[in-house]
Write a protein that binds this ligand. Structure first.
Ligand code: XLS
Ligand code: NI
Ligand code: NI
Length: 437
């Protein structure tokens, strides 16, 4: 078979001293961290859309990066893209991938063609999966690119758009089931509004829930045992998106009773767009038992939109991996990479390097998170901070054995005193110390 990336060798672990950019310095897949292999902690999934399709186009100009794979727009090009993707995944060591329906096949003039194209290309992908052992993490449908979704898909005021979305999701879910995916993602790119002046929010949300119910029922009755995920994002492309952040999405999941089927797929860049840290969003999902999967792309926070960068901030990945370790791993998902090329990064090596550096950043984060937990000072500090609730009146509060009268009596018996320090300076110092020890 033709080699698409002759300049990219199989990426091996060479250790921290290596100066070879086409090598892992920290991601050593068989190395054990807290009793588990790195590759079990870090189930990396390769995202097709930016990984193989994005060509650098932005609001101000066209593509800068060659995504033709030596072909003209056609089925041959779609197949070449799949060949190239599997070559890149094998060379960089990805064990999973994820896709939008439209990413993996040639452009389709209508829904019927998309269905046919998807059936064809998924047969083709399955051959690659069988040969390489690479697995499907999750699939999804692109319900935001086509003009038919200009007012939304499952929240559109138009039945035609709603039905089209149902058709596309049915076929994308069939494709996911066919390729053995462990998840299916709902990302509501156009599920929201641009102005409340033309929007019946209550009706749109009820309709969205009816949509998800139909998708879940269809999936379950067709053998899908995996997890459905909502991927929260507050805005872009719409002014306000209904899956604003993890808390908002949990309220939706709970209101409509989807707890046993839907969990969250949390993206770092979407967290910052919502005014949160990545670790905050994961914490909220984790403490509510709804952590599903991770979309690991990172924000360039100063620009204020979804840049979908490769992860490069070790402190952030450490705090993310800390949450994941506290969750006993991602029980229902993977860490997908949506590492979009920078528009000026127009060389074929840049894509591979983005993935390598992203994986290394997560490996460093994992090691640092393990150190934080093994060191124990931060966890101990947090435990001690709440120790007043372990005995006496505090314990009675926790057990629900007290009331306002008793608390008033207790409060009135106290002398005003200075409270202990929150010690952020000390705690951040510990992280720096562990990072460089
Ligand atoms: C866009 C989203 C999208 C989802 C999958 O902002 O991140 O790429 O991950 O539809
Ligand atoms: Ni995403
Ligand atoms: Ni995104």
């Amino acid at each position: 078979m033709k080699e698409y990336y002759p300049n990219i060798p199989k990426i091996e672990y060479e250790g921290p001293a290596s100066k070879n950019i086409l090598a892992f310095k920290h991601y050593n897949k068989d190395e054990k961290v807290m009793g588990k292999r790195m590759s079990e902690h870090l189930k990396f999934a390769f995202a097709f859309w930016h990984g193989m399709n994005y060509d650098g186009t932005d609001m101000f100009g066209g593509g800068t990066y060659d995504r033709t794979f030596g072909q003209k727009e056609s089925r041959e090009k779609a197949k070449a893209r799949i060949n190239a993707a599997f070559e890149l995944m094998q060379k960089t060591g990805f064990e999973y991938f994820c896709f939008h329906d439209v990413d993996i096949c040639e452009p389709s003039a209508n829904l019927a063609e998309l269905k046919t194209n998807l059936l064809y290309i998924t047969d083709y992908i399955k051959e690659h999966m069988a040969k390489t052992g690479i697995k499907l993490a999750w699939g999804t449908a692109n319900l935001f690119g086509a003009a038919r979704y200009q007012h939304g898909a499952a929240t559109s005021p138009y039945v035609e758009s709603y039905a089209a979305a149902a058709c596309q999701v049915k076929n994308a879910l069939d494709a996911t089931i066919k390729m053995g995916g462990i998840g299916y993602t709902f990302w509501g790119g156009r599920e929201g509004y641009d102005t409340l002046l033309n929007t019946n929010m209550e009706f749109e949300l009820d309709n969205l829930a009816r949509f998800y119910r139909m998708v879940i029922d269809y999936g379950r009755s067709n053998g899908f045992k995996g997890t459905f995920y909502i991927e929260p994002k507050p805005k872009e492309p719409t002014m306000h998106q209904y899956d604003f952040d993890v808390s908002t999405s949990i309220a939706f999941i709970q209101k409509y009773g989807f707890e046993s089927d839907i969990k969250l797929n949390i993206e770092g860049n979407h967290a910052s767009l919502a005014g949160h840290t990545f670790e905050h969003e994961i914490r909220v999902a984790r403490i509510n038992g709804l952590l599903g999967s991770i979309d690991a792309n990172h924000a360039e926070t100063l620009v204020g939109w979804d840049t979908d960068e490769f992860p490069k901030d070790v402190k952030s990945t450490a705090l993310v991996m800390y949450e994941i370790l506290k969750n006993n791993g991602l029980q229902y998902g993977v860490i997908n990479f949506d590492s979009k090329l920078r528009r000026p990064s127009s060389d074929e090596l840049d894509n591979a390097i983005g993935f390598i550096v992203g994986m290394d950043t997560f490996a460093l984060g994992l090691k640092l998170a393990a150190k934080i937990i093994e060191d124990g000072r931060i966890d101990e500090f947090v435990r001690n901070r709440y120790s007043g609730f372990n005995a006496g009146i505090g314990e009675k509060i926790v057990k629900g054995e007290t009331n306002l009268e008793e608390l008033e009596e207790y409060a009135l018996s106290l002398e005003e005193k200075r409270l202990p320090s929150g010690r952020q300076e000390y705690l951040n110092g510990i992280i720096n110390e562990l990072m460089f020890s």
